[in-house]
Write a protein that binds this ligand. Structure first.
Ligand code: IPR
Ligand code: MG
Length: 143
């Protein structure tokens, strides 16, 4: 039986370095030309932490650690070329080795990765991140 479109689960990761976060400009049709966190689809049987580590490695080559759950948002993309609905799980992490440099491993999906000051984020942000920023959410650990 075809149930039609269903919501999917995405896991994205803030890789934080001081006051900076890692973002890349998307080249996929959904959110094309917007700045987004590394991340992607949760695979069957994966934990959120495993998914975050795998997606960050696949997309940037970076190894992350101290992976923690932050929050979850509900994102309906009806205005996209292919309408979609994602429950997006936001995780926080740091580089396992702070000297690591991000590589653009999937150049068909991303223009390139760079560190951005949280107080001076680039525009436009990918909708799930934009929604989070507008709500006042801050991904950094509180002292
Ligand atoms: P992949 O799995 O290709 O990294 O997916 P993505 O980066 O397009 O992320 C999908 C979920 C987003 C749209 C919240
Ligand atoms: Mg991705």
């Amino acid at each position: 039986m075809d149930t039609g479109p269903v919501p999917r689960v995405a896991v994205v990761a803030f890789v934080v370095k001081g006051e900076f976060v890692l973002l890349g400009k998307r080249l996929s049709s959904m959110g094309h030309s917007t700045f987004a966190l590394p991340g992607g689809h949760l695979e069957f049987g994966e934990s959120f932490e495993e998914c975050a580590a795998r997606e960050v490695k696949e997309e940037t080559g970076l190894d992350i650690e101290k992976i923690e759950f932050l929050t979850v948002t509900n994102n309906v993309f009806l205005d996209q070329p292919k309408p979609a609905h994602y429950v997006t799980v936001f995780m926080r992490s740091v580089l396992a080795d702070p000297t690591q440099v991000p590589k653009n491993i999937e150049p068909e999906k991303c223009e390139g990765w760079d560190w951005y000051d949280w107080k001076n984020l680039p525009n436009p942000l990918f909708a799930p991140l934009e929604k989070m920023v507008r709500s006042g959410f801050n991904p950094f650990p509180s002292e």
